[in-house]
Design a protein around this ligand. Structure first.
Ligand code: NDP
Ligand code: 8X3
Length: 268
């Protein structure tokens, strides 16, 4: 049976690494048409080539900084043009919006926290989703069966030391997702929060500001999720029949029973 996603337009933010890059490859393999955004264009072009090789119908990549309204608006105007194509007559339609761009910056306690880290986390994980969704909705509201998939976190459900701003940001993402589901009820659009636990991507390198030794620590002796594990879930959510909405999914490694309880082997 042909994939429901074949030929559909999929927009992925933060597609230059981690979950976003794996998701681009996964949707590419279904024959979808991709619009990819992030700040590192060299990495984004590499992912675009991989998605093309995997089988994507079309792949277009463009600079995007979700922390800036002007960048989001410029990106969405570019996206509209890509969907419309050269000789388009019908109104451009976006089928799936994946709000994935974000991450954590720093592990300081509130007492030691830095304004620039807090601002960056709220700008990307919270305001980035609001801006992207506002800008994309005109291309989605007349398309029942479309999906908005926001990437949240286990951090939205629980708190941990050094995680105040990140946990607050991801709790914000969950509430934005719930609000959108209410506001879009009757349009036929689906809205989902995909909430991973410990996953090994560039997340930790960014959080520890390039300190690779510290970035390795959270994964020591344990088997974390991979970017591909989460891409598979995102694909599955988007591929449900139009009348089925997956509200939210919490996905943790088997080794992670709770935020502070991670099983670690002596040698792995
Ligand atoms: P990565 O660091 O590998 O990927 C983050 C992506 O977000 C990159 O493509 C980065 O691209 C992009 N990004 C960051 N800031 C911006 C910005 N201002 N504008 C546009 N793009 C941006 O980590 P993950 O793949 O793990 O993270 C993806 C999402 O998953 C994040 O929202 C993260 O919070 C969430 N998450 C991660 C978990 C984990 O353990 N790994 C667990 C739960 C949730 P670029 O730098 O090129 O702009
Ligand atoms: C990332 C998961 O546990 O590092 O969102 O906060 S955690």
């Amino acid at each position: 049976m042909a994939s429901r996603l074949n030929g559909k337009w999929i927009l992925i933010t933060g597609a230059s690494s981690g979950f976003g890059a794996a998701t681009a490859r996964a949707f590419g393999a279904e024959g979808a048409k991709l619009l990819l955004g992030a700040r590192r264009m060299d990495r984004l072009d590499q992912v675009a080539a991989e998605a093309r090789k995997a089988g994507a119908g079309e792949v277009h990549a463009h600079f995007l900084d979700v922390s800036k309204t002007s960048s989001v608006e410029e990106f969405m105007s570019w996206a509209r043009q890509q969907i419309a194509g050269i000789n388009a007559t019908a109104a451009p339609v976006l089928d799936v919006l994946i709000n994935n761009a974000g991450g954590a910056h720093g592990v300081e306690t509130v007492a030691e926290g830095k304004d620039e880290d807090w601002e960056m986390m709220l700008q990307t994980n919270v305001l980035g989703i609001l801006r992207m969704t506002r800008a994309a909705l005109p291309l989605m509201v007349n398309n029942p069966g479309g999906s908005i998939i926001n990437i949240g976190s286990f951090a939205a459900y629980t708190a941990y030391e050094g995680g105040a701003a990140y946990c607050a940001a991801k709790a914000g993402e969950l509430q934005i997702t719930r609000t959108l589901r209410l506001e879009l009820n009757g349009t036929g659009l689906r809205v989902c929060s995909v909430d991973p636990g410990l996953a090994e991507t560039e997340f930790s390198v960014v959080r520890f500001k390039g300190d690779l030794e510290k970035a390795k620590k959270p994964y020591e002796g344990t088997q974390p999720l991979t970017a591909e594990d989460i891409a598979e879930i995102i694909l599955w959510v988007a591929n449900r029949p139009p009348h089925v909405n997956i509200d939210q999914m919490l996905i943790k490694p088997t080794d992670q029973a709770a935020i502070h309880k991670v099983y670690r082997r002596k040698s792995l």
